[in-house]
Design a protein around this ligand. Structure first.
Ligand code: KE4
Length: 428
């Protein structure tokens, strides 16, 4: 049986970087990645047989834990009836109806295979529907590897973006304005300067990709109002928060309605499925009814849709799950905070429901500049100390931990105890 290291060496021969998504490579924590063999409930097991309590949960989809019976049964049944038709199925309509009924800002939607694809499509739709070219995004918000969103803030906060990745051209970046999160003044100035050229603003209503960062009071309402006053569209990227922080996502929890929404992760039940949706008058601009082209061979794939339906039905039929997630996650938050205090370590913990981040700094963290003040070296050591005790955390300071309904109070208390030992070693 190969070790994790041997598996990584072999993977690097055939897979770019040895991984199919960069964050899995553990570069941010200065280690080699783990290769996993199985997962059940709150636990995952690597190829060396080590078991971990899992707080990555495949980066958010596994709100019910790994391999929940209703999802596995649904996938198996769907696969036996063919894995794909390339034609509509009534299951796609059923999934779309559940999502549209749950989200205040979603009259109609279209399914895609990834959050990136959904974000890419929603930007094209916003530009097509408004006839405008510029997009406003916010530093620290991640919407997938869409060219026009792989853009970092230009030198001045109000200049156009500069490419954040090789291969993204300056001309593409020039249509993206990158502003600091949780700062209304910059948005007002951007719209004052370019309002009639801006097609949309896009943001994570509750951020998870700079670590968890919550919107300050009134922020989302202000961005929505400024955006709409200029005739642009307000887009919420709820790939992470959708059906995670509440049944209707952050837009229901915070009572702020977007014009368009991007979804993923939980709605796919762990299978490759995402979506974008919103106002009927805008969604009807999509081909074949409208002029904005968007397509996909496996969009609405029946096996992925069956997983999403099973997962969402579990959540819809058991609303107590969200209350249990809140109790478990609060216990984890307060346990970690008091453990750090006892160790004399300064950490700042941000949480919304079952997504949280432990920032290795005093805080507060309201935007990307704040988040970047974290001691990433100390986080890397913490990650390794937790891993060696059987607790698997996201391998980056700038990611969210996820608690699932399969986590037990015993799991939470075990993680807090392991963290206390790790904090003490870090403080020594
Ligand atoms: P995907 O293309 O990875 O399905 O979705 C992109 C995306 C869009 N919007 C938000 C708010 C997201 O969080 C994501 C993807 N999240 C990362 C983790 N923070 C996925 C992990 C990875 O890239 O491997």
């Amino acid at each position: 049986m190969a070790t994790n290291r041997e598996a990584f060496d072999e993977a690097r021969r055939y897979v770019a970087g040895g991984v199919n998504s960069p964050v899995r490579a553990f570069k941010a924590v200065g280690d080699n990645p783990l290769f996993f063999a199985s997962g059940y409930g709150s636990k995952i097991t690597d190829i060396e047989g080590h078991e971990y309590i899992d707080y990555v949960g495949s980066w958010g989809p596994h709100i019910l834990g790994h391999a929940p019976e209703p999802v596995i049964t649904a996938i198996t049944r769907a696969a036996r009836a063919s894995t794909s038709f390339g034609a509509p199925t009534v299951a796609e309509t059923a999934l779309a109806q559940i999502i549209c009924d749950a989200l205040p800002g979603c009259d109609r939607l279209r399914l895609t295979n990834s959050g990136t694809e959904a974000s890419m499509s929603v930007l094209r739709l916003a530009r097509g529907a408004t006839g405008r070219s510029k997009i406003v995004k916010f530093a620290g918000c991640y919407h997938g590897h869409v060219d026009s969103l792989l853009v970092s803030a230009g030198s001045g906060a109000l200049t156009f973006g500069s490419p954040d990745s090789a291969g993204v051209t300056a001309s593409v970046a020039a249509d993206t304005i990158v502003l600091p999160y949780n700062d209304v003044d910059h948005v007002e100035r951007a719209f004052a300067e370019w309002g009639d050229q801006i097609a949309a603003t896009i943001l994570e209503p509750i951020c998870g990709n700079m670590g968890v960062v919550l919107p300050v009071r009134g922020y989302l309402e202000s961005i929505a109002a400024i955006t709409r006053e200029s005739g642009a569209l307000f887009i919420m990227d709820e790939v992470m928060t959708g059906f995670r922080v509440a049944w209707g996502g952050a837009q229901r929890l915070l009572n702020v309605q977007p014009d368009l929404t991007v979804l993923g992760k939980v709605i796919g039940g762990g299978m490759p499925l995402a979506a974008f949706g919103g106002r009927a008058d805008v969604m009807d601009q999509l081909s074949p009814d409208g002029p904005v082209y968007q397509a996909g061979t496996l969009s609405g794939n029946p096996v992925a849709v069956s997983a999403g339906l099973a997962a969402l039905n579990q959540l819809r039929n058991n609303p107590a799950i969200y209350r249990r997630l809140e109790v478990l996650s609060a216990r984890l938050e307060f346990g970690l905070r008091s453990a750090a205090e006892r160790a004399g370590l300064e950490v700042y913990i941000a949480r919304c429901g079952s997504m949280l981040t432990v920032f290795f700094q005093p805080g507060p963290v309201h935007n990307l500049d704040d988040a970047r003040r974290s001691d990433t070296g100390m986080f890397a050591r913490f990650h390794g100390l937790m891993r060696s005790q059987g607790h698997y955390l996201p391998p980056s300071q700038f990611e969210a931990w996820f608690v699932s309904n399969a986590h037990s109070f015993r799991d939470i208390d075990s993680t807090v105890a392991a963290a206390e030992r790790a904090f003490a070693e870090l403080a020594a």
